[in-house]
Design a binder for this molecule. Structure first.
Ligand code: IPD
Length: 290
């Protein structure tokens, strides 16, 4: 994986970042502008609260088609089932609507996350993003990055908008940290996550449950929350946001070096270890690594 990463041509990275930005922005406008007044639940996944809407599927189909057209040799892994094994060593990891429950209720905090990764995104610890974008259509912005190129935000309306460079917060005290987090969809997992939160809440400034992991990570990158931690994330929830945070000067870790379903912690360099310790010390049961 490292070798692939180093071998990537800088011009290719620029092209991939540009594509991620365009695709996330396009799909973001699509889900926002075409949102039906009454969003219909098309299916459920891990539990009856883990919903899929018709628009999750349409957004993934749209992105799938555009990726196939632009990069026919690459693989694709999408939250709603897209699974293409590629020949280039690059895989597009797509969340067509991150924050589906917010979308269902018309709460303006949902995103489209598009990333290109090297390695195998289905094996935790064996992959890493090289380009990515998270569009936030309710704020009219798209955040984007490529490995080594910094993290940026620009307005979603037209190419002439001037990008703004992102930087993580410099907060270094846990007691003053605004910590974003999220919860899984299965009742037993949630019960354990709530137990951890009961102990963590008195130790930090406050917590935020925004409802989209991609937006949580984008907020860490732009310094509008100090840290983020959650268990149970899938590659599509975190691929683009992980890169945004690193390129904004922060770190993204798991129980070990790599983030993944066992744990994802993102923060500036001064806070990342204290936040990780806060969570790992409280993850007693097997279920916390699910
Ligand atoms: C979910 C959101 C949520 C997080 C969950 C994710 P979805 O993704 O990112 O904030 O807490 O872990 O599954 O279902 O809205 O795509």
């Amino acid at each position: 994986m490292a070798h692939l990463d180093h071998d990537l041509d800088p011009a290719l990275l620029v092209e991939l970042e540009h594509l991620c930005t365009g695709l996330a922005s396009h799909a973001g406008r699509f889900i926002h502008d075409e949102r039906p007044r009454r969003v219909r639940v098309a299916d459920t996944k891990s539990s009856e609260t883990d919903v899929v809407t018709e628009m999750d599927r349409r957004s993934e189909q749209l992105l799938h088609g555009l990726v196939r057209q632009a990069r026919p040799e690459d693989g694709i892994l999408g939250e709603e089932g897209a699974h293409v094994s590629g020949r280039s060593g690059l895989t597009w990891v797509i969340d067509p609507i991150d924050g589906t429950v917010n979308y269902l209720y018309d709460i303006p905090a949902y995103a489209v996350s598009v990333a290109v990764v090297v390695g195998d995104p289905e094996t935790p610890g064996s992959w890493r993003p090289v380009a990515g974008a998270v569009s936030d259509p309710c704020r009219g912005v798209v955040h984007h990055a490529r490995r080594g190129g910094g993290a940026w935000t620009r307005s979603d309306h037209g190419k002439r908008s001037v990008p703004r460079r992102l930087a993580v917060s410099t907060e270094d005290a846990l007691g003053r940290a605004l910590l974003a987090t999220g919860f899984g969809y299965e009742a037993q997992v949630r019960a354990r996550q709530a137990e951890v939160m009961r102990e963590v809440l008195p130790l930090v400034r406050d917590i935020r449950r925004i409802g989209s992991a991609a937006l949580d990570l984008a907020r860490v990158a732009e310094g509008t929350v100090d840290a983020y931690a959650e268990t149970g994330l899938n590659p599509w929830d975190l691929a683009a946001g992980w890169l945004l945070v690193e390129e904004a000067g922060g770190q993204v870790l798991g129980v070990a070096a790599h983030p993944g379903p066992a744990l994802t912690v993102a923060a500036g360099p001064a806070l990342v270890e204290p936040v990780r310790a806060l969570f790992t010390a409280r993850m007693h049961s097997e279920g916390d690594v699910s």
